[in-house]
Ligand binder design. Structure first.
Ligand code: GTP
Length: 421
């Protein structure tokens, strides 16, 4: 029996996701029609030995989180529960704090996921690899290839090419270490708790000088404090994937993840992809339309568009590379490109809402750097997607270009390269 753990962070994390995370915890933000961590749980549901999914985070329990847990455990017939940390304990501190609950039932191991990754989740292959690596208790991490330049933004590792043992691990190195990067998905034998306990004991005896995000001595970083020392001990192995992998940090990377999950639907859920029909809108490429959305047959959608529940899309509307969130209204002939339209927002007739794509390096299909700063060194907003927060109103016949608009704003004209409060 295995358990899955998804680290979902808390309100102090995910700041690059604002204003969208002001309304909803980031792990519940819908990508390709479903909450970010729904994709993790769906992958777990396909592995029969996973009997429970534990979400660990710092969010206050909320109606949205409870509703998600109840609906998802019903859908996949898998037990899901939420354990709340009393403070931000870091990527290993929560595991340690809740070790008794996690170890109850004596699982043989744990699949631990960073909540903000997006990938094909090769769980069956990883389990197979893990079993074959050695007979001693050990740990396996998922990794992928990045470019030299991208790699330093991630955890980098050096492997023994014959045994796939991890010989060296550095989190976000200052200089180049390796193009093999940590994907934030681990398969851990229960012995991992001994290693985390060693770090915990050491931390208790030291004065931790202030990272304000980790205000307690109980916080432990899995990557730096646990993985780095494990490298070269014969206990840590790497399973590499060539399939797509990305992190969802900023709203811009959610658009990219949306595209990746939509393309995966060809394999996993062709029924989720909209098709052209004589009485429906024109569909170009990969498009997901929630069954409760109303789309006028003269609209054109795609490629890479997700339309949420209860959305209304009027005649002649054009949408491309976008996420239109629940309850939004796109009035006649408006044009929406490279943007996220927030919940219940309205875009007036003949208006244009447009962002500038920041596509990943085409030479690195498996990874995407998301270090894009919001502002450049001159203090100007970097080109990026346009985001309308919750319940924003865009009047008819205006242009909104590369803008971030905070919730409830009633706009009264055209705007370009601005953050609108
Ligand atoms: P950044 O680029 O700085 O964001 O680093 P990173 O990509 O390594 O991410 P980070 O280690 O901050 O987080 C990885 C995952 O763990 C994310 O899904 C976070 O939400 C989650 N996480 C981070 N810190 C905590 C924590 O203190 N508690 C819990 N439960 N989850 C956390």
């Amino acid at each position: 029996m295995l358990k899955a753990v998804i680290l979902i962070g808390g309100p102090q994390k995910g700041t690059r996701f604002r204003p969208l995370s002001l309304e909803l915890p980031k792990p519940l933000f819908p990508v390709a029609g479903f909450p970010i961590i729904y994709h993790h749980i769906e992958a777990c549901s396909k592995i029969s030995s996973i009997k429970e999914v534990v979400l660990i985070g710092v969010y206050q329990p909320s109606e949205a989180l409870n509703r998600f847990i109840n609906a998802t455990q019903r859908e996949f017939s898998i037990a899901i529960r939420y354990l709340q940390e009393y403070a931000t304990l870091g990527t290993a501190g929560g595991l340690y704090h809740f070790r008794d609950q996690l170890l109850s039932g004596q699982p043989e191991g744990f699949l631990v996921f960073n909540g903000d990754i997006c990938c094909k989740f090769p769980l069956a292959e990883m389990l197979e690899f893990h079993k074959s690596a050695t007979n001693k208790p050990h740990f396996t991490m998922l990794a992928t290839e990045a470019t030299r330049k991208q790699s330093v933004n991630y955890g980098c590792l050096v492997e023994n090419a014959d045994t796939h043992e991890v010989m060296h691990y550095v989190e976000k190195p200052e200089t180049f270490v390796s193009t093999i990067i940590n994907c934030g998905l681990y398969l851990l034998a229960p012995e991992i708790f001994k290693h985390i306990a060693n770090v915990f004991q050491k931390n208790q005896s030291e004065i931790i000088n202030g990272d304000p995000l980790f205000p307690t001595k109980d916080s432990i970083r899995f990557e730096q404090d646990v993985l780095s020392p494990l490298a070269g001990t014969g206990e840590l192995f790497v399973y590499k994937t060539n399939n797509f992998w990305s992190q969802i940090k900023s709203a811009g990377s959610a658009i990219y993840a949306n595209r990746l999950y939509l393309s995966l639907y060809h394999e996993t859920h062709p029924d989720r992809l909209a098709q052209n029909s004589s009485n429906g809108p024109q569909i170009i490429g990969d498009v997901y339309i929630h069954p409760t959305a109303h789309v006028d047959p003269t609209a054109t959608l795609g490629p890479n568009v997700t339309v949420g529940a209860g959305v209304t899309i009027g005649p002649g509307v054009r949408v491309r590379e976008c996420m239109i969130l629940e309850g939004a209204v796109l009035q006649d002939h408006c044009c929406i490109l490279h943007s996220i339209i927030g919940w219940n927002s309205t875009v007036g007739a003949w208006s244009r809402v447009e962002g500038t794509p920041n596509d990943p390096n085409p030479n690195a299909p498996h990874a995407k750097v998301d270090s894009d700063a919001l502002f450049n060194i001159e203090g100007k907003l970097n080109p990026s997607i346009t985001i309308l927060g919750d319940s924003v109103t865009v009047p008819p016949e205006v242009i909104i270009l590369n803008a971030i608009v905070l919730p409830d704003k009633k706009m009264d004209g055209s705007f370009k390269n601005q953050i609108l409060l």
